[in-house]
Write a protein that binds this ligand. Sequence first.
Ligand code: UD1
Ligand code: CA
Length: 450
Amino acid sequence: MRQTALIVLAAGQGSRMKSDLPKVLHAVAHAPLLIHAWRSGERLAPARTVIVAGHGGDAVESAARAHDPGVAVVRQTEQLGTAHAVAQARAALDGFAGDAFVLYGDTPFIAPETLEKMRAAREDGADVVVLGFEAAEPGRYGRLVAEGDRLERIVEAKDATPAELAITLCNSGVVAADAETLFDLIEQVGNDNAAGEYYLTDIVALARAGRMSARVVVCAEAETMGVNTRMDLAAAEAAFQAGKRAEAMANGATLTAPETVFFAHDTMLGRDVVVEPHVVFGPGVTVESGATLRAFSHLEGCHVSEGCTIGPYARLRPGAELDRGVRVGNFVEVKAAQVAEGAKLNHLSYIGDARVGARANIGAGTITCNYDGVFKHRTDIGADAFIGSNSALVAPVRVGAGAMTGSGSVVTQDVPDGALALGRSKQVNKDGFATRLMAKLRAAKARKTN
Ligand code: UD1
Ligand code: CA
């Protein structure tokens, strides 16, 4: 099979977003639009990828490198049109032989299967392959002048005649062609049009004039959804969430009220996971089989093993690693902590920078005091330890295996295995004191009101 190169256009400002952030870095499900677009292209296993950055180029470049440190990022300093943008990738693809696919960084949902169809059309002999769709409202889209799947030319709405504007088969922007052919065609593109821009779309007529063939592959309009405004961004988020919910259920998770659950782009749920209403996932969450995520819990950067029960109202933050059968109850926050099998953190706790041993029981209101204002310190709780309610564990500190802490203790020293730590003042009872005090106060009040 021929090798593939991706060219992802990401130079536009996206002025209608009214944002200081370049448009392609706005996120859907916690991943930039650019990364969504790029990922579908990655399913073609490209040998080379070039990102064309422009507006906010440094930020775009670092987001691209965070995804793939080896990616080529080129700059289009002036946005002179889509053909001009693609031309900027030429030097970066020097020595590459194979097909180039042009994707838009602001069009996140092109299905990998659709790109495969385009590749099949190339293998079937089409010189230029354009991805089209039947538009419900063709509006500003470029119109595909075609007979069947044989494409003659693309006309931009601004330059179209009324008859051409009546065409509903529109241009998604995604193009595939042999890389050298593509760049040669682009060299011939001029800017004598209504926008004064170098239109990538002109390569179709140029190819036809050069006796090459051009073919249209059609996809669902939903795939070509581009983001131009904040409303579009919200619509893209909604579309992504709907897809991800359906996928989670298709893979064997139960979602009691799917429309209230919000996933991140990379959320992984095992079989028979139950997700109750209003659970929200940040990035980097894996939940294994048979775990239950109860209502109103928030999970981010964490790993939940088989059979755990989380929530309701629990918060798992980055680095929370829960082994099998762990229980995390209401108003409990866990951060950067390894919690071993069967441990219970049931109520009102903060466990951060810690290890909790197997079967340990963390009483209500227990806090690991992990931060001294400058440094973070670790708390180590042994297996089968019993931490009394409202204990403050002042890190660095270790509570031994099978040890206990008395309720309300402030634990500042290590507790040996099997010991009881009492770090609170001793209780004193004064017989009859409360009765005498109340009588005195009531008498005082009676004198005042008489
Ligand atoms: C383009 C197509 C149009 C198609 C539509 C689909 C052309 C001439 N027109 O129009 O046929 O129906 O997309 O959405 O190609 N970009 C750059 N540098 C530039 C110009 C654009 O990187 O100089 C990037 C933009 O950031 C964007 C993409 O290319 O991601 C498309 O550009 P945009 O200006 O939105 O093209 P449209 O006018 O929408
Ligand atoms: Ca656009």
